[in-house]
Each structure stands twice: as C-alpha cells, then as structure tokens.
Design a binder for this molecule. Sequence first.
Ligand SMILES: Nc1ncnc2c1ncn2[C@@H]1O[C@H](COP(=O)(O)OP(=O)(O)O)[C@@H](O)[C@H]1O
Ligand SMILES: [Mg+2]
Length: 351
Amino acid sequence: MARVRLNWQIKTLLPVALVLVNGLLLFALITLTLQDPARNQVLAVGFAGAIVVCAVLFMVLAVVIHRPMVELQEKIARVQKGDLFVNVSFADRNDEIGDLGSHFNDMVQQLRESREEIERLHRTQVSRAEHLATLGEMAAGLAHEIRNPLAGIAGVMEIVGRDLPSNSPAKEVLGEVRHEVMHINKIVSELLEIARPKPPVFRQADIVSVAEHATLFARDQASARRVRLEVLPGDPVPQLEFDSGQIHQVLLNLLLNAVQACDAGGSVQVEFASDEHYVITMVTDTGKGIPPDVLPNIFRPFFTTKGNGTGLGLSLARRIVEEHGGWLQATSELGRGTQFRLALPKVREEG
Ligand SMILES: Nc1ncnc2c1ncn2[C@@H]1O[C@H](COP(=O)(O)OP(=O)(O)O)[C@@H](O)[C@H]1O
Ligand SMILES: [Mg+2]
C-alpha cells in the first residue's frame, strides 16, 4: 500500500483550521439560538477573519520553515555532487532549524577536512611509490652490474686455487674468499629478484606435492642439524592455480628458516588446511622462536639475525604470495617455536 505523503503545510494548517472551524461552529450555534438579525454579518466577518488568520499563518510558516528546508535540500544535492564548499545561511538562527543548519555546516566542514586529509595522504603515497620504484630500478641496475664482475672474480679464484700447491696456506684463505663471493652473489641475485619481479605463471597444481618436493630440498640441512622434517597427511585439499616454481621457492625458504631456527632434536612440520576462501599451508617448528619486538620486522628486506643471512628470503616470499592473491603470516612463541601460515586463494581473481 502506498503511504500517503502529506506536506508539512497541510500537517500544520489542518489542526489550526479545525480549531478555527470549531470556534466558528460554536459561535454560529450561539448566534442561531439568539436569533439575532445581524448574525449573518457576524458570521461572514468571522469566516473572513479565520481565512486571514490561516493565510498569515501560512506565510509565516513558509518563511520560517519552508525556505530553510528548500535551501537545505539544494545544499545536500550539491554535497552529493561532491561540492564540499557549501554552507546554509540559516545556521545562526536561534531555534531548532538554526541548530539543524549549524550541524549541517559542521558536518560538511568535517567531510571537507577528511577529504583533504585523504588527498594529502594519497599524494604522499604516490610520491613514495615513485621514489621506491626509482630506488628499485637503481638497485636492479646495480645488482646486474655487480653480478658480472663477481662471476669473473669467482672464475679467477677457481683458477688460482687450482694452481696453488695443496699444502699452501693461501688455499684456505682462497676458500674463505670464495665463500664470501658466493654470499654476495646470493644477496645480489635475491635483490635482483625483488627489484625485477617476474609475474607468476598460473597453472593447476597440487600444493601438497609442491610442499613435499620442497622438503626434499631441505632434507640435507635438516639431517645435518638432526632436525626432524615431515609433511603430515591431512584432509585432501583442492587443486589450485599457482606458479609452482615460485611457491616452491617460498616453501623452501620457510622450511630452511624453520630448520635453521631449531637445535638438534627439534622438528619441523608441514600441514594443510582450508577454509572458505583459502588453502593454508602451515610450517611449524619447535625452534627458538622470535621475540615479539622482532616479529614485525622479519618481512622487511635485509632484516636478518643470522651472520650469513641475506634478510631477503621472507620479503621475497611475502611479495610472491601477495602476487598470488594470498597472504603470509607468522606467529611465534619465544623459546617454543614459530608457525608460518601461507594462504593461497581457492579461486583466483583475474587481475
Ligand atoms: N622459523 C623461524 N624461527 C625463528 N626466526 C625466524 C624464522 N623464520 C625467520 N626468522 C627470522 O626472520 C629473519 C629474516 O628471515 P629471512 O628473510 O628468511 O632472511 P634470512 O633467513 O636470510 O635471515 C631471520 O634472520 C630470523 O631472525
Ligand atoms: Mg631465510
């Protein structure tokens, strides 16, 4: 049923008119009973008076209520179109309509300030992003330039080492230099991967097989440290679309970190779970854990607590997972162990 819409004019005038008519009827009743010959004139004057009162009331209401309402509607329409430099003129009136007006003006001002704040943040973010992009390009160029001479140095080391007599003390030094060169090469290669990321190539694949394959690669380090490494069979998880090479790299990174965090006798487990949107791979270790004040830093590039670490593994891992539309998070308890959760979306959003 359509609701009847009564204008405010009718709503306000109706009771006034009813009271007036009521008064007139009463008046007519009295004059009728009095049988006064002049009663028609009195009645006519009464009616005319009532009409004038109604008209005056109507005009007063129009000025007092209707005008501000029309103005407010116009201003709201302008705000809707995005103009936040509007003000209503009746805000300084000393009544409820004035309160309404000043609240409206305050609200528009707040909206305007919020919008300016958002625009300012957006500008700083864009300039930061540009800055980072330039830095990334520079880093990539630098990494590329360093890699070639590095390969040259490694080659020369090899040749020099071969020519040295086997009992020469220089051989040991040379071995150390080679080790350092390989470390620089690792940093530079990972940096290059971060600065010039390859977009993932999505294919249907089985996350469990990829994880099992990654544990094979980590097994050597695990057994050298006498750490148990196992993939737990769980409920079957669905096939997903992901870049198996990249996710393999991420899982291997997580597994090696986990193994490196454990002392002899520790264990690293890989498990799978799924919720409505994601398939989650969990890598849990019984290692030394991460202090709460360190935890927020571990995904930052170059953050490492290891003497021979590059600090690039986790930042690269997180970037890869986020490019897949997933997420990578860590929880840890100092002295008890750490869990990394890697989530990949069940349905890939085309982007
Ligand atoms: N499973 C883990 N247990 C404890 N600490 C960890 C674990 N994984 C990562 N970390 C911490 O995060 C840091 C950064 O890791 P990563 O980015 O892989 O760099 P790297 O392994 O070269 O140090 C590590 O140096 C370590 O302090
Ligand atoms: Mg690492």
